[in-house]
Design a protein around this ligand. Structure first.
Ligand code: ADP
Ligand code: MG
Length: 272
């Protein structure tokens, strides 16, 4: 164990799994401009947490902060790793950051080009991630890549094609395979169905739900689409102008919204 991996062990009640993420007082400003303000919550193992709100409400800012993509202006994010050690996401050593990013987390971007290497074959996109986790045997890497292509419903004979030859829906499925092949514990998703035609969205949503539930993944999912939130998320955080206005179990928030902003969202006046 590296000395800088030792921070502290998270306390948990007997028989209860401790939180995977503990977020406290998270705020971010882009210069003078508010990104998000004073956000706190816990994410539990196996939980899918949806972050909803209209465009510009701070969803992506919050997601990027959680994934350690840039530091917050204030607040803390603690992550409990596979060994049960808790890390402050914003004071990770480079080595630990790389290990967590490669082996414990995934990040699915709205636009597949942001999460794929477009000049590398589909098989290479999946294999690269396996190699980053330590796989070396070519035959194993190829057969695992084939297995994952099948799981995301991409024909085996497309394995040597580059993503540029794929449709948007296939590219997104490939990005998902690349992220899930290494068996991450926590996956961040930013509008994963957002860039696709409506007919393709429904199919992808089905597949995502089946994969997420089947693997028991913990997910932080950003979406402005409440249908996506309802299908995938156990719990929701509703954001408006950078702040959380309401949170709770998905069905409860969507069927019986308390805050007037959530009521507007649900009545779909603010969607799109
Ligand atoms: P959402 O994902 O909900 O659409 P964002 O997190 O992208 O919202 O944006 C929240 C607020 O932060 C918006 O007012 C947006 O204009 C601002 N913002 C986002 N990214 C930047 C940036 N790179 N520089 C300046 N302001 C930004
Ligand atoms: Mg966004």
């Amino acid at each position: 164990m590296m000395p800088d991996e030792i921070s502290r062990r998270t306390e948990a009640l007997p028989g209860e799994e401790p939180a995977l993420l503990q977020v406290e007082g998270l705020s971010h400003y882009y210069g003078e401009r508010l990104g998000c303000r004073d956000i706190s919550f816990d994410l539990w193992p196996g939980e899918v947490l949806g972050i909803v709100g209209e465009s510009g409400s701070g969803k992506s800012t919050l997601l990027n902060l959680l994934a350690g993509r840039f530091p917050p202006s204030s607040g803390t994010i603690r992550y409990r790793d596979a060994e049960g050690l808790t890390h402050d996401i914003n004071s990770l050593s480079e080595a630990v950051r790389r290990r967590i990013l490669r082996t414990e987390w995934g990040f699915v971007h709205q636009h597949p080009r942001d999460g794929l290497r477009m000049r590398v074959s589909a098989g290479g996109n999946i294999g690269e991630r396996l190699m980053a986790c330590g796989s070396r045997h070519y035959g194993n890497i190829r057969s695992t890549a084939l297995d994952w292509l099948e799981r995301v419903e991409i024909a085996a004979d497309r394995i040597d094609d580059r993503p540029t030859a794929y449709s948007g829906g296939m590219q997104q499925r490939l990005q998902i395979a690349r992220n899930l092949v290494s068996g991450p514990r926590l996956v961040f998703m930013d509008e994963p169905t957002g860039g696709l035609d409506v007919s393709v969205q429904a199919k992808l949503l089905d597949l995502l739900r089946q994969l997420v539930r089947g693997l028991g993944l913990s997910v932080v999912l950003v979406t402005h689409d409440l249908a996506v939130a309802r299908l995938l998320a156990h719990r929701l955080i509703v954001m408006r102008r950078g702040e959380v206005v309401e949170s709770g179990l998905s069905d409860q928030v969507l069927d019986d919204p308390h805050h007037p902003y959530t009521q507007l969202l649900v009545s779909s006046i603010l969607q799109g």
